[in-house]
Design a protein around this ligand. Structure first.
Ligand code: GDP
Length: 131
């Protein structure tokens, strides 16, 4: 996902360009907005964390761009491309270093395993939106 901060700040095009330049194929893509229920479900693993309310409020405050990406070693390579959760700790040239503003408002989400990537793909897209 390209998160609401990066959409608000006009970075959709630049972020997609970095993703395709890094060798990912866009298999599915859409602009949409998460409801409170969507965000609570998507981030349910974090429901006991102190920042959960803040995270849900942020993720629902404006549109996001959801994508399914394909590449060899996609999960690891995408996490390398986006950089550390906290942009202050993200490596030079990473998407979060370039476009994130804070630990919470960090521009992009990437799946942390192939299993979660499949779950998150099904969360956002129906079969006929995947090519
Ligand atoms: P990620 O896999 O790098 O996205 O990081 P995590 O899975 O640990 O956290 C999920 C998301 O929760 C992060 O991308 C942030 O948007 C948010 N988050 C994590 N830690 C904090 C925090 O301390 N404060 C706030 N407000 N949000 C946080």
């Amino acid at each position: 996902m390209i998160k609401p901060d990066a959409v608000e700040n006009g970075h959709i095009g630049a972020i997609l360009e970095k993703i395709t330049a890094a060798g990912f194929r866009i298999v599915a893509l859409k602009k949409t907005q998460l409801t409170q229920r969507d965000a609570e479900a998507f981030y349910s693993v974090h429901s006991e964390r102190p920042f959960f309310g803040e995270l849900v409020a942020f993720m629902t405050r404006g549109p996001i761009v959801a994508a399914i990406l394909e590449k060899e070693n996609a999960v690891n390579d995408f996490r390398t491309l986006i950089g550390a959760t906290n942009p202050a700790e993200a490596a030079e040239g990473t998407i979060r270093k370039l476009y994130a503003t804070s630990m919470g408002e960090n521009a992009v989400h990437g799946s942390d395993s192939d299993e979660n990537a499949a779950i998150e793909s099904a969360f956002h897209f129906s079969e006929r939106e995947i090519f």
